[in-house]
Structure formats: structure tokens, C-alpha cells
Design a protein around this ligand. Structure first.
Ligand code: PEP
Length: 258
């Protein structure tokens, strides 16, 4: 049984005071909900991590970062390390987001270095993969995903791989309002699970959570979460609105996974 995980990626939105307001609003909204069946994670920008961590203390809502650097410390201007994220209250770290791949030269190789550092420090990685529209239209989706999954997760042991969360995020669905259909998400995520089964084994692949990301909103959550290989969502835009994000968590909580 894989527990559904809903994570909100706030991207480069929210000043510290705005982030506190959003986190407090979510905390208030979720306090009247039974969301025990769902892991909930908020990923604000670095500047707001400590303050949001304080807001979330005493709740079951966890904190995540949107990226990390693989070294622990050193002359790496502008970068933030795993020990720093832990110090700020983080449990989760998103890596390999398509916006980082597209605008900040993230590669499968740098994702792999980050992944190893995250696991070494006992944080939980959310590793993003996904094809572009051109790749999907050229029927290259599976080939692209095979390359991303194998290279990003290279040299990860059996005992570590089960701690990894994968987020399948088709690039054409991120921030576009164009969601993958539940059938498209299922087909692709089943492909990823089969790939993990071939690289590791069936028991391991069955225990790894695979989120879907790309224009998830309250209206499409239930159908997406009902898919056997969809174990949660990585949510961008809709995580910036208290009622939308709370509603996504509520819908997800109603879908029981076997
Ligand atoms: C994301 O940022 O990972 C994302 C899926 O964004 P959106 O929900 O806005 O498409």
C-alpha cells in the first residue's frame, strides 16, 4: 500500500510575510480535515523555509525545498546544502524540476549527484522527470523517460531507492492548464514502474511512490489519483491558493489505494 503524497511547489512566489500567511491559511483549512491518509508537503522558496517551518510545527504538514546543491559546504556562491535545509526544517527536497532543467542547466548527472547527497543526509528526494511536447509528438516519451530515470537514479542501492519519490511531470502540462488525461498519466507512470521493476525488482517497484504533476487542480484530482500507478501529485499553481490546495488534499484523501 502506497500512501498518497501531495506536495505544493510554490516556485519563485511569496515573500516571507506572504508565505507565512499562505502556510497559516492552509494549516487553518486542514485543521478541520482528516488528511491522515495523505502526506502533505509545502515547498516554499528558500527565504521563507524557516518561517514556514515554524508555522507548520506541531502539524503533520511537512516542509520541502525546491532544489539543493550536493556539497555540504564550501565556496559555492548562491547555493544551499542539505545540512542547511535540514537546519531550516526541511524533510523533502525536489530535484530535477523541468524549470531547473530548462533554465538552469540541470542535467540527469547533476540530479544524480543531488540525489546521492539528499539520501546521505536522510532527506526525502522528489525526483522530477518528464517529456516535452515535441518529444511526446515524436513518440519518444518512453525513451526520454528511460534515459532520465536510469541516469538520475544511477547507482542508488535497493535500500535507498525505496525512499525516493518520483514525480512524473510532462513538461507540456506544467503551468499550461493542459493536464495529462488520467489514461496518459497512468500509461506513462506504469511504464516508469515497470522500468524500476526491471532495474531493481517488482517488490521494490511496487513500493516506490510516483506522483503526477502538471496543472493538477481540484477538478481533476480524483480521476488522476484513482489511477493505480498515480500515488500523489506535485502541484504548482493550485498550491498557491489555500482553498484549491486544501481541496486537492481532500479529494486525494477520499481515494483509497490498494
Ligand atoms: C510544478 O511546478 O511542478 C507544476 C506541476 O506546476 P503546475 O501545477 O502549475 O502545472
Amino acid at each position: 500500500m502506497r500512501k498518497i503524497i501531495i506536495a505544493g511547489n510554490w516556485k519563485m512566489y511569496k515573500t516571507i510575510s506572504e508565505a507565512i500567511e499562505l502556510a497559516n491559511g492552509l494549516k487553518r483549512e486542514l485543521s478541520s480535515l482528516d488528511y491522515a491518509a495523505v502526506d502533505v508537503v509545502l515547498c516554499p522558496p528558500y527565504t521563507a523555509l524557516s518561517e514556514v517551518s515554524e508555522v507548520l510545527s506541531g502539524t503533520e504538514i511537512k516542509l520541502g525545498a525546491q532544489d539543493v546543491y550536493w556539497e555540504d559546504e564550501g565556496a559555492f556562491t548562491g547555493e544551499v546544502s542539505c545540512p542547511m535545509l535540514k537546519d531550516a526544517g526541511c524533510t523533502y527536497v525536489i530535484i530535477g524540476h523541468s524549470e531547473r532543467r530548462q533554465f538552469f542547466s540541470e542535467t540527469n548527472e547533476t540530479v544524480n549527484k543531488k540525489l546521492k547527497a539528499i539520501l546521505k543526509h536522510g532527506l526525502i528526494p522528489i525526483v522530477c522527470v518528464g517529456e516535452t511536447l515535441a518529444e511526446r509528438e515524436r513518440n519518444e516519451t518512453f525513451k526520454v523517460l528511460e534515459n532520465q530515470v536510469k541516469k538520475s537514479l544511477a547507482e542508488i542501492s535497493q535500500s535507498d531507492i525505496v525512499k525516493v519519490i518520483i514525480a512524473y511531470e510532462p513538461v507540456w502540462a506544467i503551468g499550461t492548464g493542459r493536464t495529462a488525461t488520467p489514461a496518459q498519466a497512468e500509461e506513462t507512470q506504469k511504464y516508469i514502474r515497470d522500468l524500476l521493476s526491471a532495474v531493481y525488482n517488482k517488490t521494490i517497484s511496487e513500493s516506490i511512490r510516483i506522483q503526477y504533476g502538471g496543472s493538477v487542480k481540484p477538478e481533476n484530482t480524483t480521476e488522476l489519483m484513482k489511477q493505480p500507478d498515480v500515488d500523489g501529485a506535485l502541484v504548482g499553481g493550485a498550491s498557491l491558493k489555500i482553498l484549491s490546495f486544501a481541496d486537492i488534499i481532500k479529494q486525494a484523501g477520499k481515494v483509497s489505494k490498494g
